[in-house]
Write a protein that binds this ligand. Structure first.
Ligand code: NDP
Ligand code: 2IT
Length: 444
């Protein structure tokens, strides 16, 4: 494979999609050696078929706001690759959403889902609609309008959406309700559903808990105990909240959380009671993280990210490219020895290079945050057999999947000097399974 040529072709054919180019480049650079050991891959032009999504749906979503004004947004669904199972991946509602961001997410999802050990292909969707500041009724009307277009492209055996930024239990509920009305079937075409209508226990917790389980596996390789370690977390949404919850239960000290306006620094650590305040603030009141600093009298920094604060471990859990080269150098200079990514692609290529150069424990999102989609896969299984598993059963399966993903990363990422390059490990392991499935199924 000529990585430079593949990339320049993609950039020419799909200009103005920087996040998509970034995600593809990171994967191609790390799988190149393994790929070249298999001349049959090149003969079947596997790489182009794997980088370009199977299909992309784009549609206009029209809805009426509370003032009676007619609003339009764009809607998308990317069906990236279904070689190992139905397209699977979340829906993102955020004002920044565009084709490039969703294509990078669908591409990443394909490798992540491959790592989970479950039979799921990769997809992603979303809209440039932002639920922030909207009433419940506006969110409901938007979700219904979105699904009147989306429903014909999805189904329990073809494409199963879930949540992501801006899409939680409320939005999934509204979308699933409309989906059922249109499709006249009730077998669980969304995951992250409410417990009363086919949702799985531990799905809300799964991404955050899974990231901590992955971190524990990494720490184990160095004989490091999580207790009393100082952790910087970014974000204050679903992934961040449950990351912090699990960290507190293990005796770690979480000193930061953030939202798109700024971050809080609490040197005493966020405890159970303060975290309950955040759950209420973010999920019920839908307020800003600044209010935490006002409530507990700690530092709030407007318009900044938390990476200049001293910590042992960083767990970025907000959005893509939220740790740049300078942030990475600041983390390292302050003694940070582990980074485990809850968000998708939160570190820029320059930041990743810094972490790998410094040989710290560094887990890319497609490995560390795979717990969310894993429990989505388990939700699909429970829907298929029309049973619900207990909290303990789902949590045990999640822990075992995260251990398995760690083992796959070690298998392909362990270097001669013993350092585990989790970026390479995750990319090669994820790639090989999809590649073998594609080869076996012919040229499609
Ligand atoms: P939420 O919408 O629940 O929370 C997102 C958080 O990130 C909020 O605190 C939000 O702040 C902040 N944020 C969003 N966009 C930006 C931005 N452009 N700049 C700064 N902060 C931002 O989403 P999730 O917690 O579900 O998702 C967080 C990350 O985890 C995403 O990268 C997502 O792709 C990834 N992920 C999610 C999974 C899941 O199961 N939900 C599974 C695997 C990965 P504000 O409130 O101001 O918008
Ligand atoms: O990025 C992700 O893995 C998710 N947003 C979860 C996808 C899913 O289908 O549960």
């Amino acid at each position: 494979m000529d990585v430079k040529k593949v990339l320049s072709d993609l950039k020419r054919r799909f200009p103005n999609e920087p996040e998509y180019h970034q995600a593809v480049e990171e994967v191609l650079m790390t799988i190149e050696d393994e790929y070249n050991k298999h001349p049959e891959f090149e003969k079947y032009n596997l790489i182009e078929r794997l980088c370009i999504p199977d299909r992309v749906f784009t549609f206009r979503v029209t809805w009426v706001d509370d003032k009676g004004q007619v609003q339009t947004n764009m809607g998308y669904r990317i069906q990236h690759n279904n070689a190992i199972g139905p397209y699977k991946g979340g829906i993102r509602f955020h004002s920044s959403v565009n084709l490039s961001i969703l294509k990078f997410l669908a591409f990443e999802q394909t490798f992540k889902n491959s790592l989970t050990t479950l039979p799921m292909g990769g997809g992603k969707g979303g809209s440039d609609f932002s639920p922030r500041g909207k009433s419940d009724m506006e969110v409901m009307r938007f979700c219904q309008a979105f699904v009147t277009e989306l429903w014909r492209h999805i189904g329990p055996q073809t494409d199963v959406p879930a949540g992501d930024i801006g899409v939680g239990g409320r939005e999934v509920g509204y979308m699933y309700g409309m989906y059922k009305k249109m499709a006249l079937e009730n077998t669980g075409t969304f995951t992250g559903k409410g417990l009363e209508f086919g949702g799985s226990l531990v799905r809300p917790e799964a991404t955050g808990y899974g990231n901590v389980y992955f971190l524990l596996e990494m720490l184990k390789t160095k004989g490091i105990d999580i207790k009393d370690k100082v952790v910087a977390v970014s974000g204050s949404g679903n992934v961040a909240q449950y990351t912090v919850k699990k960290l507190i239960s293990l005796g770690a000290k979480v000193v930061t959380m953030s939202d798109s306006n700024g971050y809080i620094y609490d040197p005493d650590g966020i405890d159970e009671e303060k975290l309950a305040f955040i759950f209420n603030l973010k999920n019920i009141q839908r307020g800003r993280i600044r209010e935490y600093a006002e409530q507990y009298g700690c530092k709030y920094v407007e318009g900044a990210r938390p990476w200049n604060e001293k910590c042992d471990i960083a767990m970025p859990s907000a959005t893509q490219n939220e740790i740049d080269g300078d942030d990475a150098r600041a983390l390292l200079a302050n003694g940070c020895f582990a980074v485990s990514e809850g968000a998708n692609m939160p570190s820029t290529p320059e930041a990743i290079a810094e972490f790998l150069n410094a040989k710290i424990l560094y887990a890319p999102g497609k490995a560390a945050n795979a717990g969310g989609v894993s429990v989505s896969g388990l939700e699909m299984t429970q829907n298929s057999i029309k049973l619900s598993w207990s909290r303990e059963e789902v949590d045990a399966k999640l822990q075992s999947i995260m251990k398995d993903i760690h083992a796959q990363c070690t298998l392909y990422g362990k270097q001669e000097d013993g350092y585990i390059n989790y970026v390479k490990g995750a990319n090669v392991a994820g790639f090989m399974k999809v590649a073998k499935a594609m080869m076996a199924q012919g040229i499609l």
